[in-house]
Design a protein around this ligand. Sequence first.
Ligand code: AMP
Ligand code: MG
Length: 318
Amino acid sequence: MIMQTTLTDSVEEAAAILNSGGIVAFPTETVYGLGAGICHSEALLQLFRAKGRPADNPLIVHISSVGQVAEVASEVNLQAMMLIERFFPGPLTLVLKKNSSVPYSVTAGLETVGIRCPANPVAREFLRLACCPVAAPSANRSGLPSATSWEAVMQDLDGKIDCLLRGTPSAIGLESTIVDCSEGRPVLLRAGAITLEQLRAVVPEITTMRVTEPEKRPKCPGLKYPHYAPRASIRLCTAGEQIDLKGSSAASIGMSEPPEGVSLSRVCRTTEEYGRELFGFFRLCDARNISVIYCELPSNEGLGRAIRDRLMRAAGLS
Ligand code: AMP
Ligand code: MG
């Protein structure tokens, strides 16, 4: 179905469209989100359709203040409370036991819900004006790199969503850190800008993802799908590695000097810059018909862990 997508700078207009049952893309500090009110069942269905997202991939519920956690979670244990106090609002999603206000279409049938309170002021104002908490996956076509600018959202979703609230490019550029606090020892399900080191400074017992037994439902369902992949193929490399380009149109991104002979490259001075630039660079490479992108793997610490995770998935290696 083709629809008219309203492009607006007005938070009030975007919230009014959401509140009347529309689906609205909005800026956050991680990546752009595509929101539907959890009280609007039709909009939730529409959202999965617009993204081409499988129904068994749960959505993160976005709230405007810490006080709203109780509107969606039925239980908040001490560890969750400590993480909320330290990192909300911010780029952290907590998985907690859901309460009855959260429909199973949002959680893909799970008894738990992912909850995030973004720090971006435009996102917070939009969520404050929303009549109920807002379920929002990343605002891109399923499988493609997340959208970190309003232009990227338009590229993927123009004519498929009701509204795009235009904002600045995403300050972080990588999806939120996800920690499961719904049972037992907390588990890091997805690395992000809140690093494992920062999390452990507050809750030392946090573990990295448990390997799920095959007969069990996956702990973090969406992680089994291909993600973040541009059309170009992704090759992972280490700093200074000798690469034989063999005449293909190649690009590179990383923190050291680009390999000789690439036609497009991005050298980032910090891991923060690398994270911010990554998905936009993938999209630029596709626009320029690049066939191979060489991506330097950063070390597996701090924000490097999140960048490595996205690179491995984009390369189809995890
Ligand atoms: P996205 O919004 O595209 O960044 O993806 C959201 C991801 O959050 C999903 O793919 C899941 O991996 C994860 N997630 C959301 N809700 C839950 C939940 N209740 N339990 C475990 N993981 C979740
Ligand atoms: Mg996504």
